[in-house]
Design a protein around this ligand. Sequence first.
Ligand SMILES: *[C@@H]1O[C@H](CO)[C@@H](O)[C@H](O)[C@H]1NC(C)=O
Ligand SMILES: *[C@@H]1O[C@H](CO)[C@@H](O)[C@H](O)[C@H]1NC(C)=O
Ligand SMILES: *[C@@H]1O[C@H](CO)[C@@H](O)[C@H](O)[C@H]1NC(C)=O
Ligand SMILES: *[C@@H]1O[C@H](CO)[C@@H](O)[C@H](O)[C@H]1NC(C)=O
Ligand SMILES: *[C@@H]1O[C@H](CO)[C@@H](O)[C@H](O)[C@H]1NC(C)=O
Ligand SMILES: *[C@@H]1O[C@H](CO)[C@@H](O)[C@H](O)[C@H]1NC(C)=O
Ligand SMILES: *[C@@H]1O[C@H](CO)[C@@H](O)[C@H](O)[C@H]1NC(C)=O
Ligand SMILES: *[C@@H]1O[C@H](CO)[C@@H](O)[C@H](O)[C@H]1NC(C)=O
Ligand SMILES: *[C@@H]1O[C@H](CO)[C@@H](O)[C@H](O)[C@H]1NC(C)=O
Ligand SMILES: *[C@@H]1O[C@H](CO)[C@@H](O)[C@H](O)[C@H]1NC(C)=O
Length: 452
Amino acid sequence: MTPVLLLVAALLVSAHAYGEREPSYNIRRVAPLTSAALATEVLPAAQFFVPLTEKVPRQTYKKKLLEALRTGLSTTAVLAGSANDNQYLTNVTVGGENFTVIVDTGSSDTWVAQKGFECFNLTSFPEKQSYCAFGSSGFDESKSKTFASYPDKNFNITYGDGEFLNGPVGFDTVIIGDMAVNKQEIGLVNKAAWNGDGINSGLLGLAYPELTSVYNGTDPDSDVSGESDTYNPLFFTALSERVVSNPYFSVALNRGSFKHQENSSYDTNLGYLAFGGIAPVNTTNISATIPVQGYTLKSGLSNQYLFYTVEIDSYIFNGSAAPTGSGKQAILDTGTTLNYLPNALAKAYNSKFVPPATYVADQDTYFVDCNATVPAFSVNIGGTKFTIDAADNILPAGTDSNGNELCVSGTQNGGDPSDTDLFILGDVFLHNVVVTFNVQSNKITITQRTAY
Ligand SMILES: *[C@@H]1O[C@H](CO)[C@@H](O)[C@H](O)[C@H]1NC(C)=O
Ligand SMILES: *[C@@H]1O[C@H](CO)[C@@H](O)[C@H](O)[C@H]1NC(C)=O
Ligand SMILES: *[C@@H]1O[C@H](CO)[C@@H](O)[C@H](O)[C@H]1NC(C)=O
Ligand SMILES: *[C@@H]1O[C@H](CO)[C@@H](O)[C@H](O)[C@H]1NC(C)=O
Ligand SMILES: *[C@@H]1O[C@H](CO)[C@@H](O)[C@H](O)[C@H]1NC(C)=O
Ligand SMILES: *[C@@H]1O[C@H](CO)[C@@H](O)[C@H](O)[C@H]1NC(C)=O
Ligand SMILES: *[C@@H]1O[C@H](CO)[C@@H](O)[C@H](O)[C@H]1NC(C)=O
Ligand SMILES: *[C@@H]1O[C@H](CO)[C@@H](O)[C@H](O)[C@H]1NC(C)=O
Ligand SMILES: *[C@@H]1O[C@H](CO)[C@@H](O)[C@H](O)[C@H]1NC(C)=O
Ligand SMILES: *[C@@H]1O[C@H](CO)[C@@H](O)[C@H](O)[C@H]1NC(C)=O
């Protein structure tokens, strides 16, 4: 059985950080800063890096919610995805205590469960702590020599299906790899409705300050979506404290073995999260630097940075057509496994598998024969062609009730382009490149990796 319900919460963080703001932010697409590629940045080697070693299965909820929210259909049902979606995890130290956390370029807060946290079910009935399935008993600030509380603030993310994380806010030293960031603002979760995985105890958010979820006051019920007291996420603090010299962080996500994907629990070689430069993997000379695309908020503020959104020139496959409207943009999201393209493009691509992939409407998913021939697929960004390995476009999805192996296509329906739509290049794309984010000049450099 796919542990569908057990894993819901872990999937939702970005979508919720985004979703909670949706009513008041009303994000609209804005014209690109420039559609032309920028001069390719010459990237220094990273100063600090940590291996990504574990991943845990997650479903397509996040994508579903993102999709629902961006199209304004908050009533869209959350569908149970297959167990083919994964979170990349890494270890961090907070105030001297060790935790494994989800690495997410699609959200901004760093938070950990707090020792003694109260656990609830989705309808706010108290449950035993084990029900929340965090990977530890939680952060104990009394054991930290460096912790400082931040009075009169609260951390609050609520999930569309009723899951929530609330708690106080503080500052502490967060160490990741050899990078020690002092006085990082963090959320301590003392109330959680969280369907965890038994491994992670929190999350490391790498997106922009505008997506953070700390509010003034101590009463979460008084928090107003879109009126958060924004603060510097971890990497932004690292820069302001001059712990890193260069404004880059970089991710290289390894695809892992098919077998590991199948069981999705532990893999020893899943790539790197790096700070201060490009992650230490072998690359080709194929590279492009492009601007991050900003958003106009309902408040009228324009060109606000939230996600790592980039302009797509084209998706290249036999029978592809030029993307139109919002189909010309996509979010680079380590927290999403599959690629979500405009419907027509996903359909055209999936028809080219031999045998063709089949669309199963009630799961909104293209399934494909695990032995199918994969059609070639590249993405043109910044005038540069980035090739996706065939291995990334078929993913194991467990077995059906007769024990037959099931696989899904790496390229799925992300909806129809409209003014508010966002599409996603997830791990299927990211396995093939190193992405280096310059959070000061708001530029992203994508570099094709050597085949592995
Ligand atoms: C991360 O922490 C877990 C639990 O302590 C440990 O088993 C694992 O080896 C650590 N991974 C790395 C890369 O240090
Ligand atoms: C935390 O992790 C480090 C590195 O893996 C290890 O040396 C240390 O003993 C761990 N501390 C605790 C309290 O488990
Ligand atoms: C939460 O627990 C209460 C009391 O046991 C139960 O009535 C309710 O259905 C539970 N909610 C969920 C979503 O499981
Ligand atoms: C804050 O938390 C409360 C209690 O969990 C929840 O009802 C509310 O929707 C949350 N507000 C925001 C803005 O996240
Ligand atoms: C939160 O409170 C601080 C200090 O009183 C104030 O400067 C800030 O504007 C408030 N933020 C919001 C979003 O209301
Ligand atoms: C995956 O896990 C199942 C159940 O634990 C086990 O039977 C199977 O052999 C595992 N598959 C691989 C490829 O490790
Ligand atoms: C990177 O390239 C070097 C030189 O070609 C090679 O020795 C090394 O094994 C490669 N590393 C990986 C991880 O492929
Ligand atoms: C990139 O490398 C290839 C060979 O690996 C070479 O043919 C090509 O000229 C190089 N391109 C640039 C821009 O250096
Ligand atoms: C492109 O697709 C068409 C129709 O599906 C097929 O007949 C043709 O062989 C494909 N071309 C290539 C180069 O794969
Ligand atoms: C794929 O091929 C292998 C052998 O090459 C076979 O054992 C397996 O049953 C095939 N799977 C499907 C879904 O056809």
